[in-house]
Design a protein around this ligand. Sequence first.
Ligand code: UT7
Length: 321
Amino acid sequence: MTTYSRIIGVGSYLPERILTNADLEKIVDTNDEWIVSRTGIRERHLAAPDQFTSDLALRASQAALQYADIDPASLDLIILGTTTPDRIFPSTACLVQDKLGAGGCPAFDVQAVCTGFVYALSIADKFIRSGSAKRALVIGAETFSRLLDWTDRGTCVLFGDGAGAVVLEAAQEPGIYSSHLYAEGQYNNSLTVPGYIAEGRLQGGNGFTTMNGAEVFKLAVANMSSAVKEALTVNQFSIDDVDWVVPHQANTRILGAVAKKLQLPSSKVVQTVSEHGNTSAASVPLALDTAVRDGRIQPGHNLMLCAMGGGFTWGSALLKF
Ligand code: UT7
């Protein structure tokens, strides 16, 4: 009998400090009207100076484990999507494993920028389907604000910090119907932090996010839409069979254009970007947890997750919650 994986717990965490558009007006030449009309973002959360990605990930993971009502020691896999690891090495997944007291199981990070959680979920699903794991913790966590040049109004208004997590468990029925991952490395310069560490310091430019916004916008709409269509076709679903689309939260205009391309009412698209900003790998599980906890997403609902990020990377996952 085929083994599937299904979500048995969700959780998220947002750091306390909120940075509003009005706050940004004081530090860079921007205004609330521009930010809201071009992106939909009104505020974002920022990690405290002593908070690292693993701290945010830990809080989200604890909430997901509590929701699932399971002991961390029963996990047999931890995968964490992040672009902002605490350290060069070891992986942030290993740091979270230690903080949770879940030692022994494999734990590793996945780097697919804003698609990180969808990549991590897909990998965990494959571990479970193959019988290599029974219970996996899948996390998306970021302190993306650390990669921002606060004098560059083109990027610093867009991003925020946060974490989200799910617990996946082996099941006889879906669960995850299918997941679809893609990358196109020729766009590596379109959205990047070009710096790298050598000889004990940062080399190769700087450690700030640079982006060709218009190109990212165009390809985010095209790629997320095509990944969603592929998941529908493979599973012989129509868009009407989907209760909620939970997309990467980058920009309300991107989400509106994806909904239009898919002939999907915007009311079926979970949107948290106005309060969270773009939290990169954390954005999909943060949006998922928000919509589960406010009662929009109910057990049995069909969910379409999709994301697009630096690389470029993109992907989708269709699942029954
Ligand atoms: O996870 C993926 C991560 N990246 C993204 O999601 C970004 C995708 N791209 C976008 O969301 C949009 O391209 C942006 C929101 C980044 C930009 O929107 P746009 O409508 O493409 O604006 P633009 O870049 O064409 O800029 C229009 C104007 C420019 O002024 P001029 O040259 O026309 O005088 C910019 O300098 O807006 C100016 N501008 C700003 N003005 C006020 C750029 N940033 C700001 C700002 N405040 N923060």
